[in-house]
Design a binder for this molecule. Structure first.
Ligand SMILES: O=P(O)(O)O[C@H]1O[C@H](CO)[C@@H](O)[C@H]1O
Ligand SMILES: O=c1cc[nH]c(=O)[nH]1
Length: 270
């Protein structure tokens, strides 16, 4: 391990706590204890529409934040952009101004043949090819969700009666890789899905001592698209009704899990 990496101490303050943050433009008091963190800005509006007393708090560089009430709990939603390096900035800044529970709601590609568009992915671990956490911790450091928050996502997915998959998710950085092997290497290891920010979230949240987890909706199947060794990089299903249904369900599951986790934390359960 690099000497400087071994010396970094995540128990130390950042000296930006509570202040208005440079990118997200939020300060202490602007956000709830729980924040839903999609990559896509359009999903911010989708979450905001389910909140009462909702107001737009900030909008800078595509990082849009709304705060409102859901089932008596103050919850925010912030878009983080695409890829680990952009998302890491948003996660760090949200934690600086009081986020204690973060749930990423995103789109994923399936890596197993039986996983279909519209299914959900709730991973209990991620492979860290996210392009930014190797600069936080060595490669043998795991990316895992907060177990209580993860269980709450699973419980709420069961309640919704929607098909979901547990397992390992691959957080990667090269959306347009031309290599079928790039994708198939992980299909052969039983990895369920892939996307570009969940490992970043889980790693940073763990280092900062807060709760995080991920729920994704399957938009396409990269394993099938890699078959025949001619890589098809289209996203054929993104307008299909089952995908919209999956996204809608994932948002509700995430909101309910946030409420449960905040109530556990307020009740003294860490
Ligand atoms: O739908 P979001 O949350 O943006 O997530 C996925 O979609 C983007 C790629 O299309 C990447 O950000 C990936 O992680
Ligand atoms: O990384 C990703 C995320 C969503 N969909 C993909 O095809 N790849």
């Amino acid at each position: 391990m690099e000497h400087w990496l071994a010396a970094v101490d995540y128990t130390q303050p950042t000296h930006t706590e509570g202040l208005e943050q440079y990118h997200i433009r939020c300060k202490k008091g602007d956000i709830g204890k729980a924040v839903i963190v999609p990559g896509d800005q359009s999903r911010v509006k989708m979450v905001a529409d389910l909140l009462s007393e909702v107001k737009e708090v900030a909008d800078n560089r595509g990082m849009i934040t709304y705060t409102g009430i859901y089932r008596d709990t103050r919850i925010s939603v912030t878009s983080t952009g695409m890829g680990g390096p952009s998302a890491a900035i948003a996660y760090e800044e949200l934690i600086n101004v009081g986020a204690e529970v973060l749930v990423r709601v995103g789109s994923v590609a399936a890596l197993q043949p039986e996983i279909a568009p519209g299914d959900l992915s709730i991973p209990y671990g991620c492979i860290r090819d996210d392009g930014v956490t190797p600069y936080y911790v060595p490669q043998n450091f795991p990316a895992v969700p907060d177990p209580e928050l993860y269980q709450s996502l699973v419980r709420n997915a069961e309640k919704q009666g929607i098909r979901y998959w547990k397992g390992i998710n691959w957080t990667h950085s090269a959306f347009y890789s031309r290599s079928p092997e790039y994708f198939l290497q992980w299909s052969r290891k039983r990895v369920v899905t892939m996307e570009m920010e969940a490992a970043t979230l889980m790693t940073i949240a763990y280092l900062r001592g807060v709760s995080a987890a991920f729920i994704g909706t399957v938009f396409e199947n990269r394993q099938k698209q890699a078959e025949g060794h001619r890589m098809d990089l289209s996203v054929p299903s993104y307008k299909k009704p089952e995908v919209a249904t999956g996204v809608e369900a994932s948002v509700k599951i995430a909101l309910d899990a946030c409420v449960e986790r905040v109530s556990q934390i307020q009740g003294g359960e860490q």
